[in-house]
Design a protein around this ligand. Structure first.
Ligand code: C5P
Length: 234
């Protein structure tokens, strides 16, 4: 399983994302496409970015009845994406449906990653709105275990949770971690952050980095710095 830096392409139009990607002449970074760009431009944007040679994490966080998710995942798999996700809260039958839908006739499929509790959900909102009264860390680890037992490949989690997820679900279970910032960079609205190097030490498999790259004066240099810190030997 490969480790990599994934750039969160949080743009609202095709023009913006292409003018950003055009700056990368010598490399084709792994990119994350989210709901905003996908809903604005449709599946064509995925095909075009793929045709340019990028790997794609399609971050649409599916959550519906198993049959609907299975069929939707079949469509996404045919788009030839490399990684997709869904909510672990859909429960085991939905996660298994997602896996079934994603698996192509030749047996290959994109990586399937679960969202546990969103980082915007805290203990209070979980208890009040979802009637879940266990400690949130326990809930996150339980969702990761449910995802693992259903056959998924990993979870999206904070870099601070990576180590524990690997303890509970094994080293092979992939952790995809946003909330990454350079030591000398702006945190923005992210509260619990780690540098790419710290994320590497703690065992994150993929880091998802948005604004530290997309808003940098020199995005290519910022991306290369991330790669050096996360994948480098030192
Ligand atoms: O710009 P920044 O590096 O904060 O972007 C992080 C990306 O990861 C965004 O696309 C954000 O939606 C996503 N993300 C996150 N925290 C989560 C799940 C996803 O920041 N818990």
């Amino acid at each position: 399983m490969g480790k990599d830096v994934i750039i969160a392409c949080d743009f609202s139009s095709k023009e913006q994302v292409f003018s950003f990607l055009d700056q990368f002449k010598d490399c084709k970074p792994f990119v994350k496409i989210g709901m905003e760009l996908f809903y604005a431009e449709g599946p064509g944007i995925v095909r075009e970015i793929k045709a340019r040679g990028h790997k794609i994490f399609l971050d649409l966080k599916l959550h519906d009845i198993p049959n609907t998710v299975e069929k939707a995942m079949r469509v996404l798999s045919n788009l030839d994406v490399d990684m997709v996700n869904c909510h672990a809260a859909g429960t085991t039958a939905m996660l298994q449906g997602a896996l079934k839908g994603l698996t192509r006739e030749d047996g290959t499929r994109p990586l399937l990653i679960a969202v546990t509790q969103l980082t915007s959900t805290d203990q209070e909102s979980m208890e009040k709105d979802l009637l879940i009264e266990k400690p949130i860390n326990e809930v996150v680890m339980h969702y990761a275990k449910v995802a693992k037992d259903a056959g998924l490949d990993g979870v999206v989690c904070s870099p601070l949770e990576s180590e524990k997820v690997h303890e509970v679900c094994g080293k092979e279970f992939v952790t995809v971690t946003p909330g990454v910032r350079f030591a000398d960079g702006d945190k923005g609205d992210q509260k619990r952050v780690m540098t790419p190097h710290q994320a590497k030490l703690i065992g994150s498999d993929y880091i998802v980095v948005g604004r530290p790259i997309t808003k940098a004066d020199d995005p290519v240099a910022a991306y290369e710095r991330c790669v050096r810190e996360f994948l480098g030997e030192e």
